[in-house]
Design a protein around this ligand. Structure first.
Ligand code: PLP
Length: 359
């Protein structure tokens, strides 16, 4: 059990998730609906809390990555919801999908041949070279009894460059998708992830699959974030110390103090999902003042130079903001050379979690 004295507190605003769902739904072409992507435990934020919030916004389709995620989600969303499993069945696992009413994505001719237990989604690769049928495999399967027996009720594909407006891959993938749909004759299509929704109505088809935008990350990096923030992270100061010029900080002595300084040692580290690449690069915020993270990130500790923070603000027990009004997950990701998705999915289990609003 995590007590209220946890070193750091993660705040997840469920009303913000609902607002983001509404904002995305308002952008959709007529006849298009929103599936909530809740794989990886809703990007680390808690699918059991988030899926019911989405249901209240009218969402009845959910997307997970694995069979186990699908089974766990079924207990949360009940029998009425559709659950699509991106990875599809491993050989022999098909009856488990059927037993829980899960809709597999069929990614290969082998998965198509093995699935005979109800509706499925057929994945066509249009440029990821990761999962899905190649153009040659589409040709071979088109019109076949084997494909019909797999009962594909929808086809899907996934965009490689949707977060780059105007990238030529987007139109190229759309053209390949149209060719595949013509060959296969499947009426229902799902194509767009969060960023794909913002590429225009011709990318929407019947079902869009946003994840990150629901969780407040920016689906349009070329523009201001149209979503509302969902996640806050505050970590507690354990100790404040005065340090002389010339002293070094942390493992590897990677930071040297240039002037007499005050340092705050804070109770969070890479075991909590704060990447080592944030060392000497990231910042926190103390009472609205930016404080640089100095030295390397340790497993359970990080150190901030709080010399410029208001006197009295930096003391044991006070909280430093890592994610919040001054700094988004996208901002922190940029400081660590990664993406907001990785910040969210890496958030550790040691935080005290506070859910705001919701069902
Ligand atoms: C993860 C995933 C999504 C959601 O992507 P976002 O960029 O988070 O909106 C959609 N489709 C597939 C196939 C995915 O793997």
């Amino acid at each position: 059990m995590i007590s209220s004295w946890a070193g750091a507190t993660l705040t997840i605003d469920l009303d913000a998730v609902a607002e983001n769902a509404r904002r995305l739904q308002a952008r959709l072409a007529p006849g298009c609906r929103l599936a909530g992507v809740v794989k990886a435990d809703s990007y680390g934020l808690g699918a059991a809390r988030i899926a019911p919030v989405l249901q209240r916004e009218g969402v009845r389709d959910f997307v997970v990555a694995t069979l186990d995620e699908g089974i766990a989600l079924r207990a949360v969303v009940g029998q009425g919801a559709a659950i699509i499993v991106l990875g599809g069945p491993f050989p022999g696992s098909e009856p488990e999908f059927a037993a829980h009413g899960l809709i597999p994505v069929l990614n290969s001719p082998e998965q198509v041949a093995a699935w005979r237990l109800g509706p499925s989604v057929l994945h066509v690769d249009t440029g990821m070279s990761r999962l899905g049928l190649t153009p040659a495999e589409v040709e071979a399967l088109a019109g076949s009894d084997s494909l019909a027996a797999a009962s594909p009720v929808m086809m899907m594909s996934h965009l490689a460059c949707a977060d780059e407006d105007g990238h030529p891959m987007n139109a190229q993938q759309l053209a390949r998708l149209r060719v595949a749909q013509q060959r296969l004759g499947i009426a229902q299509v799902s194509f767009a992830n969060s960023s794909g929704i913002f590429l225009g109505a011709e990318y929407h088809y019947q079902l869009v699959r946003p994840g990150m935008a629901l969780y407040g990350l920016n689906p349009t990096p070329w523009l201001a974030n149209p979503m509302v923030p969902v996640v806050g992270l505050q970590a507690r100061i354990i100790q404040v110390r005065e340090v002389d010029a010339g002293m070094t900080v942390g493992y590897g002595a990677s930071h040297q103090i240039a002037r007499p300084a005050r340092l705050a040692t804070v109770a969070a580290g890479y075991a909590d999902g704060l990447f080592r690449s944030l060392g000497n690069r990231a910042s926190g915020w103390l009472n609205g003042v930016r404080v640089p993270l100095v030295g390397r990130v340790s497993m359970d500790l990080i150190i901030f130079d709080v010399t410029d923070a208001p006197a009295g603000a930096a003391q044991a027990g006070a909280m430093i903001e890592l994610l919040g009004p001054h700094q988004s997950a996208d901002d922190l990701a940029a400081q660590g050379g990664t993406i907001g998705y990785e910040i969210l999915t890496a958030l550790g289990s040691r935080y005290a979690r506070r859910y705001l609003g919701g069902v």
